[in-house]
Design a protein around this ligand. Structure first.
Ligand code: SAJ
Length: 428
């Protein structure tokens, strides 16, 4: 089949390559010329190595073309961003993609939306665009097949994860499933578009609610003087309990965003979802409050943040809790610097080395559990820093090793270190 993939971001790019390697003639379209140039130049803009290799193989194989105009095709697969603005879904990119496709449609073509959207969106926006082009939606297939892959393991999960395939009519779902079967070894679960939309949003919302529970537990455990990490580890021995990990907040462009797709349109029946969001949004404030307790700012106190990316071993800083913590620390009067071995773009100041971040700092805050941070030697950190205070928001380090190196070490969700400010003033 001739397939056009609209939107060559972290999902559209590997999907286009997979389809091409699966035997289809694929045209990848993006409105951003720099994206197309980056892909043509050996996919240098692609962060994950396996995705880069996949794209290079697809381009070399001759079945993947890149274009800045939307061509005609048998199937159109839309993979564009769906962010929120002030907690409201911004669906302009989806509407624009459908508007670009509609004039090209020929009867029998299939339009698939992969972007995460509020329930009801696919059918409503696709049908509206088709009607606006003077055509009848009933002449075309419309499907929602949400992407479900985890950044960091995109190629593996694209191949192996089950897929939810929702069709406007049962035949539409079956046709979309046949397309994905060309590269996906997971099972295909056929349903209607609105159920598929809800399933996707619910998966991420479930994770947000579960993390909020873990974060609430961390604060409760601190309050009563128990270790949340040990509590979670022991509770998770139960065959039907699986509590996720507390942390400095929930980042990325999916999990903090998608719950709003449900609560925005349904505010009266989404109390748990809204509360969970608030709990997770509060976590950066908790981190900053602990810093204030440990080393009150005097105008030159410096905080070194370890990790700008929203989670371990990725370079993506979108909606990262580090950006928020950084902003709040600066508002509180600290000087801040951030070191990240992977990230290249970030709202605050990135140092080029770990040493530059730690030198003469008063507090070091572990924000992201990058594997590279395992190599940090607390004795060396103690030598570089002016004041020896560690805030570990993910129970990443061996806190006792840092204490042995002379640090006051606070681990989120562990027994509080109070009154550390007084201890520091006394030179302890
Ligand atoms: N986090 C915690 N505690 C945990 C797990 C995660 O605080 O126990 C935080 C992370 O540090 C990070 C944020 O949550 O800041 C999100 O990270 P993540 O690894 O949970 O998820 P994403 O955003 O990278 O990918 C999610 C995935 N959804 C689910 O696992 C249900 C992925 O499968 C989706 O495809 C992706 O969203 C998406 O594109 O929607």
């Amino acid at each position: 089949m001739r397939v056009c993939v609209i939107g060559l971001g972290y999902i559209g790019t590997p999907t286009a390559a997979m389809l091409a390697l699966g035997g289809h003639d694929v045209v990848g379209f993006d409105i951003d010329r720099r994206v197309l140039d980056g892909l043509r130049e050996g996919a240098r803009t692609v962060a994950e190595e396996p995705v880069r290799e996949l794209v290079q193989a697809a381009l070399a194989g001759g079945r993947l073309e890149l274009a800045d105009v939307v061509p005609t095709a048998d199937v159109f697969v839309v993979c564009v961003p769906t962010p929120t603005v002030d907690h409201k879904p911004d669906l302009r990119a989806v509407a624009a993609a459908f508007a670009a496709i509609a004039p090209k449609l020929e009867p029998g073509n299939l339009v698939i939306l992969e972007s995460t959207v509020p329930p009801g969106t696919t059918d409503r926006l696709a049908s509206a665009a088709i009607r606006a082009a003077g055509k009848d939606p009933d002449d075309y297939g419309i499907a929602h097949c949400p992407e479900r892959v985890i950044p960091g393991a995109i190629v593996k999960e694209l191949r192996e994860n089950d897929r939810i395939v929702g069709g406007r009519r049962p035949g539409d779902a079956a046709r979309a499933a046949a397309l994905y079967a060309s590269f996906c070894t997971g099972r295909q679960h056929l349903t209607d578009t609105m159920t598929a939309e809800l399933v996707k949003v619910v998966e991420n919302t479930f994770r947000d609610v579960n993390i909020a529970f873990a974060n609430e537990l961390a604060l409760l455990a601190e309050e009563i003087g128990v270790d949340a990490w040990e509590t979670i580890r022991l509770a998770n021995n139960h065959p039907r309990v699986n509590i996720l990990a507390p942390g400095p907040g929930v980042g990325g462009h999916c999990i903090p965003v998608d719950p709003h797709f449900l609560s925005n349109a349904n505010p009266f029946v989404t109390e748990l979802i809204q509360t969970s969001r608030r709990i997770n949004e509060r976590m950066p404030h908790v981190v900053v409050r602990r810093a204030l307790e440990l080393v009150p700012p005097n105008g030159k106190q410096t905080v070194a943040l370890l990790g700008a990316a929203y989670k371990a071993d990725v370079d993506d800083t979108r909606e990262s809790p580090t950006g928020r913590v950084d902003e709040l620390l600066r508002e509180a009067g600290y000087v801040t610097r951030t070191y990240d071995p992977h990230a290249t773009s970030y709202s605050g100041t990135l140092t080029s080395s770990l040493e530059d971040a730690l030198r003469d700092a008063d507090i070091v805050v572990l924000m992201t559990g990058h594997a590279a941070f395992n190599a940090i030697d607390p004795v060396e950190a103690a030598r570089l820093m002016r004041t020896r205070v560690l805030i570990d928001t993910r129970a990443f380090f061996d806190a006792d090793a840092w204490r042995s190196a002379g640090f006051v070490a606070y681990v989120l969700g562990s027994r509080p270190v109070r009154p550390a400010g007084a201890a520091l003033a006394a030179g302890v």
